[in-house]
Design a protein around this ligand. Structure first.
Ligand code: BV8
Length: 229
């Protein structure tokens, strides 16, 4: 399984392609989620992530997240690769989750691989690492940054064994995640897509389930559990 922001849309979290609301209406995520933006204006980028973390505190897993956690218990050889950085899959009970783009709820020192120590009451924006004095940053993969080694290796191992690949709630625009479907299809795997809208993957997928993940995934789960053993 590969999931994108569309799976979290039904938890009330804006997708990357949705227009942002409030203070951030004039900004494109692609222009904020970059090392260059952070170098240019660390306070603005830090505030954007704080705004997203506040939004996330009000969000809960939706039926799509919960169905995926249940499918993991039912299906052997199941791997969930997510582009989402909200941690909602884990909160829904998914155990084997590859966070391909990191996790917004974790903060790290920007001077990797410094382990980073900071004071909770550090009011600076961004706070500063007590070990090395560098600024802190969210533990996410920005555009132009490499996918973390372990996440990439885990994904490659799963794709190597893959016979069914389901792309759920992603616009299939961000690489290298967007290249996964073509990779497994070239090795003969079946590719399915769950999305209310067409994406660049739709024309080549073997199966299209046009609909919202919060509806389609529980229906898939119900169908599977109704099958005779
Ligand atoms: C890298 C974390 C190299 C930050 C994010 C070819 C190969 C490799 C790289 C590239 C390449 N071509 C271009 C690149 C560069 C770039 C890239 O892909 N750019 C794009 C814009 C063309 N890629 C990178 O920079 C990657 N790094 O390749 O590094 C390298 C190698 C070695 C050494 C150094 C460097 C890193 C990419 C990761 C960027 N970080 N997030 C943060 O969140 O702040 S990506 C970001 O976009 C999110 O993670 C998000 O998940 C992701 C993709 O978006 P989607 O999840 O698809 O969300 P989106 O809004 O687009 O779409 C939502 C979909 O849901 C829609 O289709 C909608 O119809 C659907 N939907 C809506 N409601 C529902 C629904 N579906 C179901 N149910 C619903 N209810």
């Amino acid at each position: 399984m590969l999931t994108g922001a569309g799976v979290s849309a039904e938890s009330g979290l804006a997708t990357f392609r949705d227009s942002q609301d409030g203070l951030w209406t004039d900004y494109r995520p692609e222009d904020l989620a970059t090392p260059e933006a952070f170098a240019r204006d660390p306070k603005m980028v830090w505030r954007w992530y704080e705004w997203r973390r506040r939004k996330l505190r009000g969000a809960t897993p939706n039926p799509g997240h919960i169905a995926l956690a249940e499918l993991e218990r039912l299906l052997p050889g199941y791997t969930l690769i997510t582009q989402n950085v909200d941690g909602l899959h884990q909160r829904a009970g998914s155990r084997n989750v590859i966070e391909f783009h990191g996790n917004i709820t974790r903060t790290v020192c920007s001077n990797k691989p410094c382990p980073g120590q900071w004071q909770a009451d550090d009011e600076r924006e961004p706070p500063v690492c007590r070990d090395c004095g560098h600024q802190l940053r969210p533990d996410v993969v920005w555009f132009g940054e490499a996918i973390p080694f372990q996440a990439m290796q885990g994904a490659l191992d799963a794709l190597r064994e893959c016979d069914l690949f389901i792309s759920i709630g992603t616009s299939s625009l961000v690489y290298p995640a967007a290249g996964m479907a073509a990779e497994v299809a070239a090795r003969g795997a079946t590719v399915a897509e769950i999305n209310p809208e067409a994406t660049p993957l739709s024309s080549s997928a073997d199966l299209l389930l046009a609909g919202r993940s919060g509806e389609v995934l529980p229906a898939v789960l119900a169908t599977l559990t109704a099958l005779p053993d």
